[in-house]
Design a protein around this ligand. Structure first.
Ligand code: CDP
Ligand code: MG
Length: 847
């Protein structure tokens, strides 16, 4: 770029320095005032060729007239070669050919259901059509289009793409907003946001005042938030006759949505995909000559310690019919592989063999591998980096919580002679389309939260995908030419898969959802949920309501308590939110922020399989004798902050088996949490007298450290007993009792009997505990029931921060007698005083 075109009303000298910094001194600058006519600019654009537009926001906001601005921009931007190729790409998308039909349908109907093959241009084009149309009709300034995405990463990726296509900076006319991050401004007219963001806006703004169009994308996925949003929107439509609602889905199930909205019109965008040949496990093993190298793979029939597994009907089915006639035609070694094949694990060696096979034998074309999550993606990456046939190719992970920097690479074509290999989760199934994929490797699984209403267990387990999803994955290989798909499971398994996946609302805990329903003031929770597309089981609803009562967010009449009101305004899991509130109130906010950040995302400890002992050891070192994973985590983070001051955080993470990426993410999350709390008036950041212990430590550790005043909200941050109590407030009723059994300790829960701390917990396999209780973050059911992240806490913590207390003659009890205490009258007096003061405080804080 050698010419910068400045469009501004502001006098140029104001930002000449800025321009110099951005574009270099040597460049020629031409300045044009904002009053200059459009045709002059486009003429210039044509004659000069390469032009980059620098828009001065102070200047443009005074334009007030979006339509000429947009014209100008289009004229100028369309002249660049990059823009031209993007425009021609757009024009080839099937959605583009339907532009007029779409716009007409939108103008004539309040609700429209649009379906079309993934990749046909729904997400990137439709919202853009509407925006262009509004601008052209002179309604640019008044339009406010919101397009929801089920995932953070797709909201960002799509917003970036659409801004690019419009030749706009991200955050100007097109922006995004996700839970902990936003790029938007006063000028933003088209906002891509996660569904949760829109739901939270509805609390403050139930009529969506000023919003002209709501586009709900990927509804076929049947995410919980989307299902919830549809109930709310259906009730809202009659109150906002001018509001337009557009529902977008892949081809599946469009009818169902149309019916739900009183037979709303449907529009289908016909697409075209090339045929894809598909192969199953048996074919893959046969053609690669792959032999089982995996000891685990043979454990299924190895007798002895056969792992006790979750009963899975598919697994059973496969065991019964495993080596039947169907497989007679295959070679002996293939049959052997099938015989040892373990449906419960993903054989990464086989995945590697399949990738290598394609790299060595097949023509050009990107490979898309579907795995379940970060764990297997990173393991496979490590393997591939060592494989001589693969390591020089372009290896790209694609995962929901990945940093956003590498995203554009995923869509770009690699340099000639290099093959792009994308290792993805099911995010690449529908929301993200990579065009040049020719080979798909499908492991057949995806991680999904499933909720067992009976046991109140939320499990995050890789489970078998549906046939519809397998079909979708296969289709990803046929975008540019005929493709090939390898399903790494037997055909038999495919035949036995469920046809569609169960909607999320029917398989996850409903606590957050219930709080949101209450704060939208739409009446009884159960009644509201009965209006859903497919209402959840009554038992699951009751469980959620019970749980909210237990943590004190709902009262007996199912109304929001003061605590509940505050929790509903925090975009967080109610328990995490409660922990933060208590951390702020009891002035130990820093530890609460750190622990909540890890709970909301994932903990930063990494456990390499081959160095498990060393990693465990490092974590135990951090925990000291605190008997707490949460405190270990807090110290890990504090250590990281100190190391960062010295610029040695990399070493620090390496030595302590920590993920720098997660810690960095936590940094951002902490800040966001802090903002949320301070927005609702819970942060007292007046400077307090210095906390000498912290100050002296920091001064010793960091020579460059200067005066440090502890804010009021951190006054008690190094009081570990206080922190434990706050942890208890957040994690209750996740409590187990520690009972000494000789030199060991056994743990009992209310509902599941005996359980164990997770092997990676610092409390796993330790002898005695000083205090009688453990609180835990999560109960997971894998090969047994394990408690992930635990902290040893005292009676007092529970008495003060646990659930409602009932006296029982001998003392008091909680959770229907599961937790029993004998406490003196004096203690009880204190406990009751604290509880009622806390309640008063929360009530006073309601705005
Ligand atoms: O929503 P739908 O699945 O119908 O398609 P889309 O996401 O709008 O994608 C349309 C086309 O734009 C596809 O060919 C994508 O590969 C491409 N695209 C891209 O190149 N970069 C993005 N960030 C998003 C989409
Ligand atoms: Mg889409």
């Amino acid at each position: 770029r050698n010419t910068v075109l400045v469009i501004s009303k502001a006098p140029l000298p104001n930002y000449r320095a800025d321009l110099d910094e951005k574009h270099g001194q040597s460049q020629r600058k031409i300045s044009i005032s904002a009053d200059t006519e459009t045709h002059v600019e486009s003429m210039l654009a044509k004659s000069i060729g390469k032009i980059s537009v620098v828009k001065d926001s102070a200047g443009t906001s005074s334009h007030g007239d979006d339509s000429t601005l947009d014209e100008r921009r289009k004229a100028v931007v369309n002249a660049s070669p990059a823009a031209k190729s993007m425009t021609s790409f757009r024009k080839k998308l099937p959605a583009f050919k339907m532009k007029d039909e779409v716009l007409q349908a939108v103008s004539q109907n309040q609700v429209l259901v649009v379906s079309g093959e993934t990749g046909c241009g729904k997400t990137t084009q439709l919202p853009q059509f509407i925006l262009e149309e509004e601008i052209n009709a002179g309604r640019g300034a008044a339009c406010d289009i919101i397009c929801t995405q089920p995932r953070r990463i797709s909201a960002i990726s799509v917003a970036t793409r659409v801004a690019d296509e419009r030749g706009d900076e991200l955050g100007e006319s097109v922006g995004y907003q996700i839970r902990l991050e936003a790029r938007r401004s006063q000028e933003t007219r088209l906002l891509f946001c996660t569904t949760g963001v829109l739901l939270r806006r509805l609390v403050q703004d139930p009529l969506l005042e000023g919003v002209s169009h709501v586009i709900v994308d990927e509804i076929h996925e049947r995410g919980m938030n989307e299902d919830f949003l549809l109930v709310v929107l259906r009730d809202l439509l009659p109150k906002r006759p001018k509001l337009r609602l557009i529902l977008m889905s892949a081809t599946i199930n469009a009818d169902m949505f149309s019916k739900y909205f009183g037979n709303a019109p449907k529009l289908h965008i016909p697409g075209f995909t090339f045929p894809v040949r598909e192969f199953f496990l048996e074919d893959v093993v046969e053609s690669t000559g792959f032999q089982s190298q995996n000891n685990q793979a043979s454990s299924r029939f190895s007798g002895g310690r056969r792992i006790e597994k979750q009963k899975d009907s598919l697994t059973e089915l496969f065991e019964e019919v495993a080596i039947q006639d169907t497989y007679k035609q295959f070679s002996k070694s293939t049959r052997k592989y099938l015989e040892c094949w373990n449906p419960e694990i993903i054989d990464l060696d086989l995945v590697e063999a399949a990738i290598q096979h394609i790299c060595e034998e097949k023509n050009d074309g990107a490979i898309l591998v579907f795995l379940t999550g970060w764990d297997d993606i990173s393991k496979l990456l490590d393997k591939l980096k060592l494989n001589p046939s693969v390591r020089n190719e372009l290896l790209l992970p694609l995962h929901g919580s990945m940093p956003t920097i590498n995203q554009r690479q995923i869509f770009q074509r690699p340099p000639p002679g290099v093959r792009k290999i994308v290792l993805a989760t099911n995010i690449a199934e529908t929301s993200i389309t990579i065009d040049d994929v020719v080979y798909v490797i499908d492991c057949g699984k995806a991680k999904e939260t499933s909720y067992d209403a009976l046991n109140k267990l939320a499990c995050l387990l890789p489970s078998w995908i549906s046939r519809a999803a397998a079909h979708q994955r296969r289709g990803r290989a046929g975008r540019v030419q005929p493709g090939i798909c390898f399903h790494l499971y037997p055909k038999l398994m495919y035949d036995a898969m469920a046809q569609y996946q169960l909607p999320e609302i029917l398989r996850t805990p409903l606590e957050s959802l219930c709080l949101q329903i209450k704060s939208l003031q739409v009446g009884s929770i159960a009644k509201f949920l009965s209006k859903a597309l497919e209402p959840p089981e009554l038992r699951a609803v009751d469980n959620a309501i019970e749980s909210l009562k237990t943590i004190g967010a709902l009262d007996d009449r199912e109304e929001l308590t003061s605590l509940g009101r505050h929790l509903a305004t925090l975009p967080l899991d109610p328990k995490v939110g409660k922990m933060l509130l208590m951390g702020a109130i009891f002035q130990c906010l820093d530890p609460a922020l750190t622990i909540a950040a890890a709970l909301a995302h994932r903990d930063p400890f990494v456990i390499p399989i081959d160095k498990r002992d060393a990693a465990d050891e490092a974590k135990r070192r951090l925990a000291g004798n605190a008997r707490s994973d949460h405190l270990a985590l807090m110290r890990a983070y504090e250590g990281y902050i100190v190391a960062k001051r010295h610029g040695r955080e990399r070493n620090y993470c390496w030595e302590n088996f920590l993920s720098a990426q997660t810690l960095q993410w936590m940094d951002g999350a902490r800040e966001q949490f802090y903002d949320h709390l301070s927005k609702i008036g819970f942060v007292d950041n007046s400077s307090n007298s210095a906390n000498y212990a912290v100050e002296i430590t920091l001064q010793c550790l960091s020579p460059t450290y200067d005066a440090f005043l502890v804010q009021a909200y951190n006054k008690h941050s190094d009081d570990l007993e206080m922190v434990r109590a706050v942890l208890c407030a957040g994690l209750y009723p996740n409590v187990v009792q520690c009972k000494a059994r000789g030199r060991r300790t056994a743990f009992f829960t209310k509902d599941d009997g005996k359980v164990e701390p997770h092997p990676a917990s610092v409390n796993s396999r330790v002898g005695q505990f000083a205090q009688p209780w453990l609180v835990y973050s999560e109960k997971v059911k894998t090969t047994g029931i394990y408690l992930r992240d635990t902290t040893n806490i005292s009676d007092y913590a529970l008495l003060m921060f646990g659930g409602p207390l009932v006296s029982n003659g001998k003392g008091v009890e909680m959770l229907d007698g599961y937790l029993q205490f004998t406490a003196s009258a004096k203690t009880m007096e204190l406990v009751n005083a604290l509880r009622s003061q806390l309640d008063d405080l929360l009530t006073r804080k309601i705005k």
